[in-house]
Structures are given as C-alpha cells and as structure tokens.
Design a protein around this ligand. Structure first.
Ligand code: FAD
Length: 435
C-alpha cells in the first residue's frame, strides 16, 4: 500500500478516542471525533445521575455513560497509567496521591487533549446512530449521527472508522432462579454512586473484581450487613475476621418471594438489596456490518489482534477491547498501530492469514478450556500482546519496570475485602524502579 492520508471517523472522545485521534493526526489523516456527550473523557466524567432501570435491562432506558462512583480512586499506580510520551505527573494544585481520584484522571485527559490540539477535532453532542458501508459493499463508510434527542439525523462518508465507544456502560448481570419475583431492590454497579442508599440495609453484593472490592468496603461502613457472593470454588460461608458486618458466601442458588437469598452451600439471608458487580458487555448499537462483525457471548469477532475484522481491515477497527491489562498502554499501542496501517507505513497480513490467526486463538481457547467470553481477556502472566504491538511498531522494547509494576500491583489487590490496597500510596515507586 502506498502512503496515504484518509478521512477517518473516530467514535467516542474517551481515552481511546483521544489517543486514536492523536495518532491519526500525527500520521496526517483527517480526523473527526464524534462524541455523544458535551465533554471529553468518557468513563472519567463522573455523572451523579443513575439510570431509570437500576439493573440496566430495559433497552428503552435513558443511558448514562459513565460508571464512576463518587469515591473512585484509580486501581493502578499513576506511573503506569500515563501515556508513553505524556506522563501522568503529580500537579501541585491537584490530587498528588499515587492512586489519585477520578477527577485527576479527567484533568489529565483534558490537558492531553488541549496540549495535542485534539479538542477542535471533536464534534460534541453528536451521537453516532449508524455506521454502515456505502451500498453495503464499498470500503467507504456512512456515519450517521443525531445531535440531540428529537433533532433530525445527518450523515457523512468516511474512508475509515475507528470504534472507541467504551465498554463499561452496558451491564452484565448475574442470573439465578427467582430473581424476577424477588421483592427487594436490585442494582448493577453501573448505577452505584454513593453508599447512602445502603444505610442500615442488609445487602448482598455479587462479584470479586476491583469495583466489587471498593463498593463492598464503602457500603459496609453504613450498611447493617453485607454478604458477598463469590464464584471462587473454595469459598465457603464465613464472617471476615477484620470486619464485623461482612460475610462471604458461594454464588446465589436462588431467591425466594419472601426476600430470602439462598447461596449454593445452603446458607441464606433475608436481604433488602442485591448489587450486581458483575461486569459489562461489549455493545455497538450503531454498527451494521451484515453479520461480518458480531458480539457473541461477549466476544467481538472475528478481530485480528483484537483490532481489525479481517474482511473489513483496515477500514474498520476497534480500540481498547482487551482487559486485564494496563488500558492506557494497550490503547496507545493499538492506536499507533492502526494509524500507521491506515497511512500505509505498516502492512497487515492478507485477509486469509488474519482470519486463520483468529481461528487459532479460538481453537487455543477451546483446547485450554477458556470460555468464549474471555476472548479479550489478556494473559495474566505476561505482556505478550503489548510486546507484539511494540515489535510491529519498531519501538524500543518496553521498560522492564512496567510489567513488573503491573503484576506487583495486581498482587496487592486483596482477595478478601480487607484494607484498601492503595495504602501503599506512600511507597516510593521511583526508588523501587531504580532498584
Ligand atoms: P470510555 O471512557 O467509556 O469512552 C467512550 C466515549 O464514547 C464516551 O465519551 C462516550 O460518550 C462516547 N460514545 C459512546 N457511544 C457513542 C456514540 N454512539 N456516538 C458518539 N459517542 C459515543 N482504567 C485504568 O487504567 N485505571 C483505573 O483505575 C480504572 N478504573 C476504572 C473504574 C471503573 C469504575 C471503570 C468503569 C473503568 C475503569 N478503568 C480504569 C477502565 C477505563 O474504562 C479505561 O481506562 C478507559 O477510560 C476506557 O476508555 P474508552 O475511551 O475506551 O471508553
């Protein structure tokens, strides 16, 4: 492919959309970023509103994009969260903790957008409602948007589309017999903001991820009792030693109409609220590819290296899908890669090779017993994917401290709802890296 400058649409002005826009701009592409809200930053724009359906099941509900809760602090050291050439520095007039609160991340993204002249590329309050190939066949894309509810819709043609709409908005919930007739309140963590509604309540919390830990700790400071339901095979009913109102149970077996929540080991509790901290689904309501790209059991595919659908590459791509990784690093490397692929400086394998690489991944997952919905979950023990991207880009190898610090940080996240792992705020990371 000869070097070229394309007209590219980026959907979303969160971290992924901003990084993609910067890299595309650097490569000389003409970029328009569509952002449905009035601010950049995506997930990091705290929104005190919650949705009308607290479980997020009603497709006609008014969507609130961000899942941030008021007290959220980052779960990775800021040193890891900064972009490769734009560190997440401590600002004297800001939140200087090693694990700052969400407002500091938003400020970092706003500074980044300003410093790289990205704001003028963004069309705010432009919600993309349709992305479809012109006449269903060409390599050009119609992007249709609406500016505000009720207003007429408009469209424009682009040569490439980058999907950066985020994947922490569409709740995935736990399912158990009796949940539809259980009389208490059920919410998903997407609609959790502050602990006040849980005051003096008996709460069952489902989940064991970073948000589940934060919310459990926070709720337990006001609730009467909190019962955590965990999937791990070795969990049995127990009261946590370091807390006087937190119990652990295996998963929920069923709920009864009298308010009882019965766990798999037979233990039960009469609860007021169940909170599902059970993750999110990939969701692309605007995307029409005639079945070429699908979401099946939370696997978006087929996607070569989690970015390009082989049959539509490089004209359609996705940024930021992998998880259990450092999101900023993945997003930045993917953005650099796709920008160079679009400009013709880097080549992709042919369609058949990309498709067989995807098949190999599926087969490998199948043989190793990994469920389909873990397709975009990266390996827990090394930075293979990141290093592969670095290699494609011809960049110098990533510094060893990144991988070491990430796995060190992961180990610090407790398996029990103990103290806040961010207490290592006073830890001198620079010295640790030097050593
Ligand atoms: P988002 O930030 O979700 O941005 C997507 C953007 O697309 C939004 O602005 C949205 O309005 C816009 N959009 C969506 N649909 C459309 C449409 N149809 N048309 C136009 N615009 C649209 N990561 C970390 O690195 N460290 C952390 O500590 C951390 N904590 C987290 C805590 C929580 C509770 C959550 C939910 C996530 C956390 N993450 C964390 C992950 C975080 O999501 C990523 O760091 C990153 O912000 C993802 O960026 P994104 O651009 O992919 O998605």
């Amino acid at each position: 492919m000869k070097e070229q400058s394309l007209k590219v649409a980026v959907i979303g002005a969160g971290m992924a959309g901003l990084l993609a826009a910067r890299e595309l701009k650097r490569e000389g592409h003409r970029v328009i970023v569509f952002e449905k809200t009035s601010r950049l930053g995506g997930t990091w724009v705290y929104d005190p509103r919650v949705e009308t359906d607290p479980l997020g099941l009603d497709p006609s509900r008014k969507i609130v994009h961000s899942s941030m809760y008021s007290s959220l602090r980052v779960n990775l050291p800021r040193r890891l969260m900064g972009f490769l050439d734009y560190p997440f520095l401590k600002k004297q007039d800001g939140d200087t903790r090693e694990f700052p609160g969400h407002r500091e991340v938003l400020r970092y993204l706003e500074d980044f957008a300003r410093d790289f002249w990205l704001v003028e590329l963004i069309r705010f309050e432009h919600e993309v409602v349709r992305v479809e190939r012109v006449n269903g066949v060409s390599h050009e894309w119609i992007v249709e948007w609406r500016t505000r509810e009720g207003e007429s819709e408009e469209e424009e043609v682009f040569e490439a589309v980058i999907v950066c709409n985020g994947h922490h908005t569409e709740p995935r919930i736990a399912e158990f017999p009796g949940m539809d007739t259980w009389p208490g309140v059920q919410i998903h963590s997407h609609n959790y903001r502050t602990p006040e509604p849980f005051k003096n309540k008996i709460v069952v919390l489902i989940g064991n991820g970073p948000s589940a830990h934060d919310i459990l700790r926070e709720i337990s400071s006001v609730a009467k009792e909190v019962h955590q339901a965990l999937r791990a095979s070795d969990v049995h009913f127990k009261k946590l030693e370091n807390r006087n109102n937190i119990w652990q149970h295996p998963v929920i077996e069923r709920t009864d109409e009298d308010g009882k929540v019965i766990f798999q080991d037979g233990s039960f509790v009469c609860a007021d609220i169940i909170i599902h901290c059970t993750g999110y689904k990939y969701h692309f309501p605007f995307l029409r590819t005639n079945g070429i790209v699908n979401v099946d059991d939370n696997c978006v595919g087929p996607l070569y290296k989690h970015v390009f659908p082989p049959y539509l590459a490089p004209w359609l791509s996705f940024v930021g899908l992998p998880y259990r990784a450092v999101p900023t690093l993945i997003i930045e490397l993917q953005s650099r890669w796709l920008a160079k692929v679009l400009s013709g400086k880097l080549a992709l394998p042919c369609e058949e090779e990309m498709a067989s690489s995807v098949e190999e991944l599926y087969q490998h997952m199948n043989e190793s017993g990994r469920p389909k919905h873990h397709t975009h979950q990266l390996q827990q023990n090394k930075f293979d994917y990141e290093n592969w991207l670095v290699n494609q880009l011809g960049l110098p190898p990533l510094e060893d401290w990144r991988e070491q610090l990430y796995f060190y940080a992961l180990k610090k996240i407790p398996s029990d709802a103990g103290d806040d792992y961010r207490d290592w705020d006073t830890w001198d990371i620079n010295q640790w890296i030097q050593e």
